[in-house]
Design a protein around this ligand. Structure first.
Ligand SMILES: [Zn+2]
Ligand SMILES: [Zn+2]
Length: 344
């Protein structure tokens, strides 16, 4: 089969190579990959500036869906041909406080599909059966491959942040994560303003189509003033920072109201220089969000199946795996939104 490998810890060093089709271990299933999305972290893997443990040579890719094609000897519950997607926390210690309380996204021993274990930029991938979720019938494979980013947003919005109906929520960074986060906040009854730069013009347009109250091009307008005008000068009740940029974080801390909530989803990839003192002066509740847990996946699939959260209009490109360089280039140039491969 063909697979996209990260070959060494040095920047770059990714290559499409032929390799053997993997065999599932006793508690694993093999999935024929039907759709797999490019995630920001795949670009970080490409540039070797990711904070999670990486074990090259490794097949990359972790946002995927497909069909079960073979199961290990201990696997009884998953029939061949089942349409599925899989969580990405491939292995965890099962012994630490976080594993024991269901927050295995924070397990210090967590090893991830596409980083440590061979991932899904390939024709086939092998995952532990306990990580697999059934795809609802009305979801396409592409929508199914978007379950992972949707689950990360569900964790941030529904599991870690308290939105009250009527809140003014600001979402900074209108990529796929920002646009799913915005939709989830709307489901909670919030009015949502989405912020981006002039490069994000078409993404901000999509935010409007999805029902955002407003959008702001921060190069053209003073975003803090726009939010203040909408809130009688108070500022946003809740800010989700999805850009991971210093300017985005600083803007978020400036526009969140006193006693408001600030949730960091984007990863800057390096220490940032921001006005941290705001957290004390405004008595902010600041939280981070990392990945997802079982409940996030369960809810994500319900939101997607019911149509309350839409990802179909975020999937702008479906390419063969042979064109991975085009996909990565488009991602970095912010062309399109969610870029996917069909490895067949
Ligand atoms: Zn991802
Ligand atoms: Zn653990």
């Amino acid at each position: 089969m063909k697979a996209l490998f990260k070959l060494s810890l040095a920047p770059g060093n990714m290559e499409l190579r032929e390799c053997d089709i993997p065999e599932p271990g006793p508690d694993e299933v093999r999935i024929k990959v039907k759709a797999v999305g490019i995630c920001g972290s795949d670009i970080h893997i490409y540039h070797s500036d990711i904070g999670l443990p990486l074990r090259p040579p490794v097949i990359t890719g972790h946002e995927f869906s497909g069909v079960i094609d073979k199961v290990g000897t201990n696997v009884k519950d998953w029939p061949i041909g089942e349409r599925v997607t899989s969580e990405t926390a491939y292995s965890r210690c099962e012994e630490c406080m976080f594993c024991k309380t269901g927050f295995y996204n924070l397990c210090p021993e967590r090893k991830t599909l596409g980083y440590w274990y061979n991932g899904a930029f390939a024709n086939y991938t092998v995952v532990p059966a306990q990580n697999v979720h059934r795809l609802p019938e009305n979801l396409s494979f592409e929508e199914g491959a978007a379950t992972e980013p949707t689950a990360c947003c569900v964790h941030a919005v529904n599991e870690l942040t308290n939105i009250r109906g009527g809140d003014l929520v600001a979402v900074i960074g209108p990529g796929p994560i920002g646009l799913v986060t915005a939709q989830l906040a709307m489901v909670e009854g919030a009015d949502v303003v989405v912020l981006g730069t002039s490069k994000d013009a078409h993404r901000l347009e999509t935010a409007k189509e999805l029902g955002a109250l407003g959008t702001v091009d921060v190069f053209k307008e003073n975003a803090v003033e726009v939010v203040n005008e909408l809130t009688e000068g108070r500022g946003a009740d809740v800010v989700f920072e999805c850009s991971g940029s210093t300017s985005g974080i600083d803007m978020g801390l400036s526009m969140v109201r006193r006693m408001g909530q600030f949730t960091q989803i984007g990863l800057p990839g390096a220490p940032v220089d921001v006005d941290f003192e705001q957290i004390a002066y405004k008595e902010l509740k600041v939280t981070g969000s990392l990945g997802s847990i079982w409940t996030s996946w369960d809810k994500a699939l319900r939101f997607l199946a019911s149509g309350r959260i839409r990802v179909d209009n975020l999937i702008t490109d479906i390419l063969p795996l042979d064109d991975w360089k085009t996909g990565f280039r488009k991602f970095e140039a912010k062309e399109g939104l969610k870029i996917m491969f069909r490895p067949e």
